[in-house]
Design a protein around this ligand. Structure first.
Ligand code: NDP
Ligand code: MG
Length: 394
């Protein structure tokens, strides 16, 4: 007897992870069906995806695009909604088995909580959700017997290394980091880099926000916090090692000192497919690893004197409470400003550190406290940002 189709909702289907998820599903039509697709304002690509994958429901974030999308899809039996609230409602539909969260930033938190409350399993790409409110999200998932399958390649690697070891305690994990486009550069060099340079990642092709996060090493900091909640680890059990080739995706060290690693070409389709297909490994035709093309795999210490975001994120990991929410909000504001040429590369850490010092710390925040912390931090980061801008002299 064949298994029933797993019914998938993809939040952020027009982005880097979203489109790669649809590539996976395109080649696994006997295993998955698409129930929900969503985008923020890319109506044209969303409409194209609807024609190919025939979901029952789509949501577009930008309400001004709703009429256009309805006209475009008027001949199809798809339900079309718009706005932030709609996202949190559609994830609760009976017809969904797994919600893959591929939207970017804090916007992922509310719909993820809503999906968990409705008992939907989560394939989590949107790491910011666990950074902001990891304790709340994982606690709710336990309460509703919901599994959170990691999509992030490092966390997928750890999860794959844990398979068959569920009763063996982890001593520590190593998250590998490519080092990004500015590995080996000094602060003098970084003081004048522009977004065009930061957006050229050596190994991965990703959305703009995470690509800048990779260049500043904030991405690795966020991933340490993500790992803490996904795998129930103490901060001191989580380490980072720079591995420029991005072939070893991360490692787990067990109590006998044995290290298990998961390896493969840098291709997000593999962790996406593992998260959706778990516990099965589905046959595919992704490019296979060739040892002769990688004669050496190297490892080095992260340069935390130059890339201060990693130090700031480690502090947030250790102190917990609402501090990770503060660094996430300040970082989102700083990255957005950097992408608009409104701040420099090094100033991004200054803005984050300033917010960490100024926003009051809370040890046990509630959901409302996170919302308030996010709002207050964004306000403070924006005002700090404007104080950095050169004042034009008339
Ligand atoms: P992209 O920017 O490429 O895509 C983001 C998607 O979310 C788009 O569909 C976008 O719609 C939608 N979106 C953006 N903002 C909102 C919002 N406020 N409300 C609703 N929808 C929104 O991002 P990525 O795919 O690169 O990253 C997605 C998440 O996955 C991030 O959290 C990232 O950290 C994580 N991740 C990504 C990896 C990668 O390889 N890309 C690897 C590991 C993790 P629209 O197209 O209309 O703007
Ligand atoms: Mg990653």
């Amino acid at each position: 007897m064949t298994d029933p189709l797993k019914r998938i909702a993809i939040l952020g289907s027009t982005g880097s992870i979203g489109t790669q998820t649809l590539e996976v599903i395109r080649n696994q039509k006997d295993t998955f069906s698409v129930e929900v697709l969503t985008s923020f304002n890319n109506a044209a690509l969303l409409a194209k995806q609807v024609r190919e994958f025939s979901p029952n429901v789509v949501v577009i974030g930008d309400e001004s695009k709703l009429d256009m999308l309805r006209r475009e899809l008027s001949s199809l039996p798809v339900k079309i909604f718009a706005g932030e609230e709609a996202l949190s409602q559609v994830v609760q539909m009976n017809e969904i088995d797994i919600v893959l969260t591929a939207l970017v930033g804090y916007a992922g938190l509310k719909p993820t909580l809503s999906a968990i409350r409705a008992g939907k399993h989560i394939a989590l790409a949107n790491k910011e959700t666990l950074v902001v409110a990891g304790e709340l999200v994982t606690g709710l998932a336990r309460k509703h017997s919901v599994n959170i399958y990691p999509v992030d390649s490092e966390h997928s690697a750890i999860f794959q290394c844990m398979a068959g070891e569920w009763n063996n305690p982890i001593e520590k994990i190593y998250l590998t980091a490519s080092g990004g486009p500015f590995r080996g550069k000094d602060r003098n060099f970084l003081s004048s880099v522009k977004k065009e340079q930061a957006l050229k990642h050596p190994n991965w092709d990703m959305g703009a926000k995470i690509t800048v996060d990779s260049a500043t090493l904030m991405n690795k900091g966020l991933e340490m916090i993500e790992a803490r909640w996904l795998f129930g680890l103490r901060p001191e059990q989580i380490d980072v090692i720079v591995h420029p080739q991005s072939i070893v995706h991360s490692l787990v060290q067990y109590e006998d000192g044995s290290l298990k690693a998961q390896m493969g070409l840098p291709d997000m389709k593999l962790p996406i497919q593992y998260a959706l297909g778990y516990p099965k490994r589905l046959k595919n035709s992704f490019t296979r690893f060739d040892f002769l093309k990688y004669p050496s795999l190297t490892f080095e210490k992260a340069d935390t004197d130059t890339f201060r975001n990693l130090v700031l994120a480690t502090e947030a990991l250790q102190k917990g409470g609402n501090l990770p929410c503060i660094i996430n909000a300040a970082n989102e504001v700083a990255v957005e400003a950097f992408l608009k040429d409104q701040t420099g590369f090094l100033q991004m850490s200054d803005i984050i550190e300033y917010c960490m010092m100024k926003i009051p710390w809370m040890e046990h925040p509630t959901y409302d406290d996170y919302v308030e912390t996010d709002r207050e931090t964004r306000k403070l980061a924006a005002s700090r940002l404007s104080s950095f801008r050169p004042v034009s002299v008339t």
